[in-house]
Write a protein that binds this ligand. Structure first.
Ligand SMILES: Cc1ncc(COP(=O)(O)O)c(C=O)c1O
Length: 425
């Protein structure tokens, strides 16, 4: 496949052939069909670099940390290097990067630590658009008398109701918890603007960037948020979670930890033995994205610039696929689309689409597609507040199609043909 160059900006289009060659699992076949992995929002495939890093860790460095011998020193170095990679990814300092089991577990631990300093009557703002991992950990603090306020959405396009958000933030608000992008309907929230609103009220801002991370660059410095969590397994890495926390807060709040463990940053937030082999894989996932970026912009001078270049290329590719997908699904009779469907507003969304087909449950649609090698998701994807608000929870939720940068035009066309056939049946 050739890689035509865009006029004007002189940036190359995404080299999808090279991208796909990095992901061995994309070669899978199902019932004779090539597998189309449209299940990225639940976890993406991983490039060979990530698999190698995990295997090499076991081969060459397997040990616990901080020992006075070679494999332990090597483990320390690998973890430090992965932390630096994540610091470039978040755009923060390396002692502000915390590794953990997954975003949900990290957020419960953080909420419990923050909760130690909250009083009855203090308020936390959550949203109707969020995954429950950014709702339940905060709701758990209701046991301490904390009051939870939930921001509504505009049902017509599944965007956050910012007027409602402004009404719900007040002098008692201690923290605002908002997703960067919806894992159900793809809406990208104005998290920079919301951070300003939170800070103006004296509240902390926590961003769930799990769904945004495979689609766009994160810049915690520009956002000025206090905490931001994401999960490497959603951006081409292994099944783990990571947290950015502003240094002052990571020092100020007291995590639950074992006594002999270091109280320095970020160790105090990483109590217990970490998943060293997967942390090695996280470093490799960030480096895969940087390599992709350098291929598209050889002038990228450092890893952060290479990451920004990668996201410029992947975003352009994903938006072209999204436009084709949305136009195609809107033409299917009886289809109900959830979220922004106007191409002029696509900068407010990412390439994750949810829909329902008249007279069919999302599970039946997903099964039909699955038999044809097309992997989609059905149900609520844990965005429970949203499926309840949209009135679809009791009838099976939604059908989700998630496009990431390794997906192709051919896969979108196959999906559209299969959906049309299913809708007719
Ligand atoms: C938007 C969003 N937030 C949080 C999570 C939870 O992440 P983890 O599986 O790492 O706990 C998910 C997982 O699907 C998600 O999509």
């Amino acid at each position: 496949m050739s890689t035509p160059v865009m006029q004007g900006t002189e940036r190359k289009r995404l080299d999808v052939e090279w991208v796909r060659a990095q992901f061995p699992s994309l070669q899978r076949k199902v019932n004779g069909y090539p597998a189309a992995f449209l299940d990225g929002p639940a976890g993406t495939q991983v490039p060979k670099q990530v698999m190698d890093a995990v295997q090499n860790y076991f081969l060459e460095s397997n040990a616990n940390t901080c020992g006075a011998f070679a494999t332990s020193r090597s483990s320390d170095a690998i973890i430090a290097s992965a932390r630096e990679a994540m610091a470039d990814f978040f755009h923060c300092d390396k002692d502000e990067v915390v590794f953990g089991q997954n975003m949900t577990t990290i957020t419960f631990a953080l909420a419990r630590a923050i909760g130690r300093q909250l009083n009855p009557g203090d308020e936390i703002v959550v949203t109707t658009l969020d995954h429950d991992a950014n709702v339940a950990p905060w709701r758990a603090l209701e046991e301490k008398g904390v009051v939870i306020r939930q921001v509504d959405i505009h049902e017509s396009d599944c965007t956050l109701d910012l007027e409602d958000l402004k009404r719900k933030i007040n002098a008692k608000t201690k923290l605002v918890a908002v997703g960067y992008a919806s894992n159900a309907v793809g809406t990208i929230n104005p998290v920079g603007e919301i951070t300003k609103l939170a800070h103006a009220a004296g509240a902390l801002m926590f961003i769930d960037a799990v769904h945004y991370a495979p689609h766009g660059p994160i810049d915690v410095r520009a956002l000025d948020c206090d905490f931001l969590a994401c999960s490497p397994y959603k951006f081409f890495g292994p099944h783990m979670g990571t947290l950015y926390g502003k240094r002052e807060h990571l020092l100020r709040f007291r995590p639950y930890k074992v006594r002999p463990a270091s109280d320095s940053l970020p160790d105090r937030w990483e109590t217990g033995t970490q998943l060293h082999e997967l942390i090695a894989g996280i470093g490799a996932a960030v480096d895969y994205l940087a390599e992709l970026g350098r291929r598209h912009d050889p002038a990228a001078k450092d890893r952060r610039s290479a990451l920004l270049s990668a996201y410029r290329a992947t975003r352009q590719h994903e938006m072209a696929l999204l436009a084709r997908l949305v136009e195609g699904v809107l033409a299917i009779p009886g289809l109900r689309f959830f979220g922004i469907n106007d191409a002029k507003r696509f900068d407010e969304r990412c390439s994750t689409v949810s829909l329902r087909l008249a007279n069919h449950t999302p599970t039946d649609a997903a099964k039909f597609l699955g038999e044809r090698g097309i992997f989609t998701w059905d149900g609520n994807y844990y965005a429970l507040n949203l499926t309840q608000r949209l009135g679809v929870e009791a009838s099976g939720g939604l059908l989700r199609i998630g496009l990431v940068h390794y997906n192709t035009t051919e896969e979108v066309d196959r999906l559209l043909a299969a959906l049309q056939e299913f809708a007719r049946g």
